[in-house]
Design a protein around this ligand. Structure first.
Ligand code: AMP
Length: 290
């Protein structure tokens, strides 16, 4: 079996996409946007796309616009060969892996026109990473335009619930700017330890990887307390995470899943962010209603 077609420019991508859609008489195209350093979380998105769409595409682009720290951008893990192998084994047809100048011709200057993620992009992750979600909204808008299959085929884009705030902002982006794209959420994939899979886990030492389970443990405890009808005692859980070795808590919040504003009611979403060995990790869990 031949592997996915690798394209580097928008023109190449569009021409291959048009060819594949026509060849398969495809009614829909699945798109999995990624920043590479792929793992089984990404694979779950690809499998969901494969199950729905006759043509499956992925993008691989470490988007500088969503990194507020140049060091974080530089250290972000990259491995094109391993990524192409995983795309191939998950049946991805077409990969778009542009150089940064292809996406942003004025780079390192920012593009003049960017997409604002509004107030939703300024809280939680956005409060600690100013500009991050505007960078996400801008690159996702570009990808939706680049992958627009035109004609009768519809674009479906797959996003992980692991990045819950990002998923919400992408949904708002589609609604507010009328992108003809269906957003499909995919549940968070976890290691056996409970740790949410992430490309950034590659940057953790073994002891940091163990310490990082403090994040999911706090979320599971919250969910279990809520399910048992107990007070979820956020302050005590925050203390517990702060007391874990090598973990620096940024936030642990329970929010309304529609507004991302703090709530004491269910259904809710619990979100956590912390640095473990200097690596920023995020996770979240849904807290079902009564
Ligand atoms: P990234 O490459 O980190 O930008 O992630 C690309 C996509 O994969 C995003 O939609 C993420 O939410 C999703 N993703 C990352 N990790 C996971 C995970 N552990 N489970 C499910 N989806 C994930």
């Amino acid at each position: 079996m031949s592997g996915p077609v690798l394209t580097r420019t928008v023109a190449e991508l569009r021409s291959e996409l048009t060819r594949l859609v026509a060849e398969r008489d495809a009614h829909s195209v699945g798109l999995v946007p990624t920043m590479g350093a792929l793992h089984q979380g990404h694979a779950a998105l690809m499998r969901a796309a494969r199950a729905d769409a006759p043509v499956v595409c992925a993008s691989l682009f470490v988007n500088p616009l969503q990194f507020e720290s140049p060091l974080d951008l530089e250290l972000y893990p990259r491995d094109l060969d391993a990524d192409m192998a995983l795309f191939g084994s998950e049946g991805v047809d077409l990969v778009f892996a542009p150089e940064v100048e292809e996406m942003y011709p004025s780079y390192p200057d920012s593009p003049i026109v960017r997409v604002s993620s509004g107030h939703m992009g300024q809280i939680l992750e956005g409060a600690s990473r100013p500009g991050h979600f505007d960078g996400v909204a801008t690159v996702v808008s570009k990808l939706f335009n680049i992958f627009d299959p035109e004609g009768p085929a519809r674009l479906r884009a797959y996003f992980g619930q692991k990045d819950a705030q990002q998923l919400m902002i992408v949904r708002r982006l589609v609604a507010d700017l009328d992108f003809p794209v269906t957003i499909v959420p995919v549940p968070t994939q976890r290691e056996e330890s409970g740790l949410a899979m992430s490309s950034r886990n590659l940057l953790l030492t073994e002891s940091h990887r163990q310490a990082a389970t403090a994040l999911s443990e706090a979320l599971f405890a919250l969910r279990d307390r809520a399910a048992a009808g107990e007070d979820w005692n956020l302050a005590a859980l925050r203390r517990q995470v702060r007391d874990a070795d090598e973990v620096i808590l940024d936030y642990l919040e329970v929010v309304d899943p529609g507004t991302l504003l703090p709530t004491s009611r269910t259904p809710a979403l619990a979100l956590i962010a912390a640095y473990v060995g200097g690596v920023r990790l995020i996770d979240n869990i849904e807290i079902p209603g009564p």
